[in-house]
Design a protein around this ligand. Structure first.
Ligand SMILES: Cc1cc2nc3c(=O)[nH]c(=O)nc-3n(C[C@H](O)[C@H](O)[C@H](O)COP(=O)(O)OP(=O)(O)OC[C@H]3O[C@@H](n4cnc5c(N)ncnc54)[C@H](O)[C@@H]3O)c2cc1C
Length: 477
């Protein structure tokens, strides 16, 4: 991921606040969540509005530079930033406007999950998003987006009403079901390939303000029992209920016996957004499980549940992940998981198991660019460490673990969980790859937006104009 010290100096972008290499502000702005990423843009455009974005896109294009976009800077592969690219920094564009009557939020492209959650919860509303507060709405949404509310209300993209875009030629356009529907389809999972999203509109739903939420922790000696219980529980759980499993080391938390702190455990993190009495009944077998070491499941404000994991996944560590999809959680897979959890490569490493289903599967894999529907389990072995000297060992552990966990897996990987900067696009976009390539050819034929899990523009020589128009939905049949 090194640096490019021979890069040209691009100079300031007319009319747009610009940071140049060599300043402390430049170094701060190019820093992202994953400390492994050390990329040096040729310039950083600190955009204040869509017109600034247009100016930055046109300047980058004129200079022959790629464009990268920094939303929340949370991407594991660090694709907010690229050597020799012009980085469009959206951190000054974080406003959220909620219309409680229409239950719609208008969210600027640089907002974080916390910005959206706080503004929407003032009205008792929310939309499905991720589970760590400072994740960017921009990258999360364009890749698909899932969290505690997704089994009830779908992916983040399933709640997207419109996106205001700055395209590769600098034009400002809106994509929605009725305007540029081909582009709107591609933006719902095709990642940052099609331009800069300066604002999103989302549908909101009544949520909370209190939800029943928190961890129940099992010793790894009972890991098999815990994971079997979890997978069977999720098979019949109502949509308002989501439980994720995390194979990790026990935190030094007061609800756990002191002698368990730091030992390998299974953490079942439960979320309930339905009727309070029913939630107590449904979650009782989990909270009272005889093999559990303890639990901290409690009624909490939704915004606190959304921030519960912030410290665990705080910015600044070195991170490497892999993502594997499974349709079933059979005993063989559970045995592999428990085995791997006994040998996590560092105290902060984990294997996260997200449970999907419910509303996510109400939509077909080709109805949005996000293709991973009907995959109830997403398994993510993740290493997290501090010392660069450990990079090789940590990355090797994740790759080996993923190799083992891939046996019997469904093809594909969630684009937002891919840690390598290049080369897994086919897996991420699956059956939607060809249609995405045609839309890319139409909207970004020069691949200006290539600092991402890149979709190569479909070569015009491979197809006729009519083919392209058909595949992007511009003509019937
Ligand atoms: C600790 C942690 C927890 C996570 N939890 C979840 C989770 O629960 N659910 C989930 O779905 N994902 C989760 N993710 C993954 C998350 O969705 C991705 O990391 C996502 O890329 C973050 O978006 P960002 O805007 O912060 O990223 P950035 O690094 O800023 O950008 C990521 C990519 O998106 C593009 N991009 C960002 N904003 C825009 C924009 N406005 N217009 C155009 N392109 C843009 C960038 O070009 C870049 O390629 C998590 C990640 C982390 C690190």
């Amino acid at each position: 991921m090194g640096s490019n010290l021979d890069q040209p100096n691009m100079g300031d972008i007319p009319g747009v606040p610009t940071l140049q290499p060599g300043s402390a502000a430049y170094d701060e702005a190019r820093t992202v969540w994953n400390a492994m990423v050390d990329q040096r843009p040729v310039a950083i455009a600190r955009c204040r509005n869509a017109d600034d974005v247009t100016g930055a896109v046109r300047a980058a294009r004129a200079a022959g530079c790629a464009v990268s976009v920094k939303g929340g800077g949370h991407n594991i592969a660090g694709t907010a930033v690229g050597n020799g690219a012009v980085m469009i920094d959206l951190s000054a564009m974080r406003s959220v406007r909620v219309d409680p009557g229409r239950r719609i939020a208008r969210v600027e492209g640089g907002a974080t999950l916390a910005d959206l959650d706080r503004a929407a919860q003032v009205h008792g509303l929310a939309t499905p998003a991720g589970v760590v507060s400072d994740t960017g709405i921009g990258g999360l949404t364009l890749g698909g987006g899932f969290g505690w509310l997704s089994r009830q209300h779908g992916l983040t993209v399933d709640n997207l009403v419109s996106v205001d875009m700055v395209l590769a030629d600098g034009a400002q356009r809106r994509a929605s079901a009725g305007e540029l529907p081909d582009l709107f389809w591609a933006l719902r999972g095709g990642s940052g390939n099609f331009g800069v999203a300066t604002a999103f509109e989302f549908r909101l739903h009544p949520v909370g303000p209190q939800v029943l939420f928190g961890p129940t922790v099992f010793p790894l000696d009972h890991g098999h029992t815990a994971l079997r219980f979890w997978a069977d529980f999720m098979a019949t759980a109502p949509r308002v209920c989501t439980v994720w499993a995390d194979l990790a080391h026990a935190p030094a938390a007061p609800f756990l016996p002191e002698n368990s702190h730091g030992s390998p455990v299974v953490i079942l993190m439960a979320f309930w957004a339905g009727e309070p009495e029913e939630g107590e009944v449904v979650l009782a077998p989990l909270r009272n499980h005889p093999a559990a070491l303890g639990n901290a499941v409690a009624w909490r404000p939704y915004v606190d549940a959304q921030a519960f994991l912030d410290q665990t996944y705080a910015k600044g560590a070195r991170n490497y992940w892999n993502a594997v999809n499974h349709r079933t959680m059979d005993d063989g897979l559970i045995a592999h998981l428990v085995d791997l959890a006994a040998h996590l490569p560092s105290l902060e490493s984990d294997i996260l198991l997200c449970a999907h289903g419910g509303a996510i599967d109400d939509i077909a894999p080709t109805d949005t660019a996000y293709p991973h529907r009907n995959v109830p389990f997403m398994v993510t072995p993740g290493a997290r460490w501090r010392d660069p000297a450990d990079d090789t060992e940590m990355i090797a552990w994740v790759r080996q673990a993923a190799g083992l966990l891939r046996a019997g897996a469904s093809p594909g990987a969630y684009v937002n969980f891919i840690a390598d900067r290049e080369g897994r696009g086919n897996e991420a976009y699956g059956p939607n790859g060809d249609r995405l390539a045609a839309i890319k050819q139409h909207y970004d034929p020069e691949n200006l937006f290539r600092i991402n899990q890149n979709i190569l523009p479909q070569s015009p020589s491979r197809t006729t104009e009519a083919d392209t128009a058909r595949s992007i939905g511009l003509t019937a049949g």
